[in-house]
Ligand binder design. Structure first.
Ligand code: HMG
Length: 425
């Protein structure tokens, strides 16, 4: 990799020239890299060694009625059928009166880890007695947060092992995700602990296990809204409840159940300029909070209704970070008509529940392939090399013949082209 030298110090033109030469890119590949670089200055501001922009499609999910307010929801995803499923689940829930969603205070936990502690019990007591002072130091390190009503609120000390302590500071981040503010505050406190108590600090960093920033949504669906193809709504509701039970019992199923939920959640998290790795890691840790990994949502039936609920940490931001600099994020906030981080959390958690309902409904009735593959055919025929003008015809053939695979798409495409030639096209 020596040939690349200090790539990050080069201009965009120099980087392109070098990468094209070094990797022997052809004209088509070169043009694609160049044409995709639509916002060089933004890209270079956001990441290092920037060369181009990698695009994801954005779509809109409809029918979201949350706490009696209608929403349209922008979703960014590469996966076919996610947006359709989202609208589908939301539409059923809207007919049932909509989602009831709520989110807690927006408190993040920051950790200061002390190592080589000789007497963990004594040090732990000392740290607890310093709570007020340490919180003040934290707030002084970022005074504007306190002025806005947020800031460091409480401190807890956990002994992790005979020589290790975690000092957890809960920080109200208001409308931001707050990672940088938190880390600045933690480092100020850590320095004070080091000097005052002569302790060794291993590290200071926020935790993505955001147990103090929780969003919940629920819904209650009358059986009749679920009936399909002469199968009673009650029987479908019972199957959905059974599927949910399995996600509570079995980690293999729970992981897929939660993947389906995150299909929706990640897509909105991305559309709103948030850190989906943080949301993912927090969600999965939360799914295992009782010692076993379980589904994040649960569905149950009573005499007339299927009831669903979901709960997970959603430490998203409404201001700051990439939210402030990616122009599309502002447009997406406008499309959603959300006014605060709490409201955005309510929408995102509801999307998770709708996505889960649509997936479970498909799984316990038609099977996932029918709806998913129908929508995936567009990607499949593209992968087979079809031109835009050929796609519709191939999809028609595939649907008629019940084909859902790449090899069949290629065969049908070849057939269409051959026929075209024979017809003199
Ligand atoms: P359907 O019953 O054939 O659809 O379902 P429909 O034609 O009756 O339409 C119902 C609504 O779906 C529509 O209502 C649309 O909102 C929406 P309308 O607005 O017309 O009144 N819809 C569409 N929106 C946009 N474009 C479309 C479209 N078609 C329907 N083309 C559907 C079809 C795909 C919605 C259904 O089969 C479904 O929800 N399937 C689930 C798909 C899914 O979950 N995909 C994610 C990928 S699979 C996965 O990764 C997760 C999983 O493993 C999770 C788990 O295991 O738990 C499954």
């Amino acid at each position: 990799m020596q040939i690349y030298g200090k790539f990050y110090q080069k201009s965009w033109d120099e980087r392109m020239k070098q990468i094209i030469q070094s990797e022997s890119l052809n004209t088509v590949q070169t043009q694609l890299l160049r044409d995709s670089a639509v916002n060089k200055s933004l890209g270079d501001t956001m990441i290092e060694n920037y060369i181009t922009d990698y695009h994801f499609p954005e779509g809109i999910a409809f029918h979201y009625l949350i706490n009696n307010k209608d929403y349209i929801v922008p979703m960014v995803t590469e996966e076919p059928s996610v947006v359709a499923a989202s609208s589908h689940g939301a539409a059923i829930i809207a007919k049932a009166g909509g989602f009831f969603a709520k989110s807690s205070e927006r408190m993040m936990i920051g950790q200061i880890i002390l190592e080589e502690v000789t007497d963990v019990k004594k040090t732990s007591e000392e740290l607890k007695s310093l709570e007020k002072v340490l919180l003040e130091i934290a707030n002084k390190a970022h005074p504007s947060l306190k002025k806005r009503g947020g800031g460091a609120k409480w401190l807890r000390v956990r002994i992790l092992d005979y020589d290790l302590i975690s000092v957890d500071i809960a920080i109200d981040v208001q409308e931001a995700m707050g990672a940088n503010m938190i880390n600045t505050m933690l480092e100020a406190v850590a320095l004070n602990i080091k000097n005052k108590l002569q302790q060794v600090i291993l590290m200071s960093i926020l935790s993505n296990y955001a147990t103090e920033c929780i969003a919940k949504a629920s819904c209650k669906i009358p059986f009749e809204l679920l009936s399909k193809d002469n199968v009673s709504g009650k029987s479908i509701a019972q199957k959905i409840a059974q599927a949910s039970r399995i996600a509570q019992l079995d980690v293999y199923r729970a992981t897929t159940h939660n993947k389906g939920i995150m299909n929706g959640i990640d897509a909105v998290v991305m559309a709103t300029g948030n850190d989906w790795r943080a949301i993912e890691s927090g969600a999965h840790a939360y799914a295992a909070r009782n010692g076993r990994y379980k589904g994040l949502s649960s569905w149950s039936v009573d005499d007339n209704y299927l009831s669903g609920e979901i709960e997970l940490p959603l430490p998203i931001g409404f201001v700051g970070g990439s939210i402030g600099i990616v122009p599309l994020v502002k447009v997406n906030q406008k499309l959603m008509n959300v006014e605060s981080a709490n409201e955005l959390e309510n929408v995102i958690v509801s999307v998770g529940l709708a996505q889960n309902l649509a997936a479970l409904l498909a799984l316990v009735t038609d099977g996932i392939q029918k709806g998913h593959m129908k929508l995936q055919l567009k990607s499949l025929v593209t992968a087979a090399g079809a031109k835009d003008t050929e796609k519709e015809e191939i999809i028609k053939y595939m649907l008629a013949e019940g084909k859902r695979d790449l090899a069949s798409a290629k065969t049908i495409l070849a057939g269409i082209r051959k026929r075209g030639k024979n017809d003199g096209h």
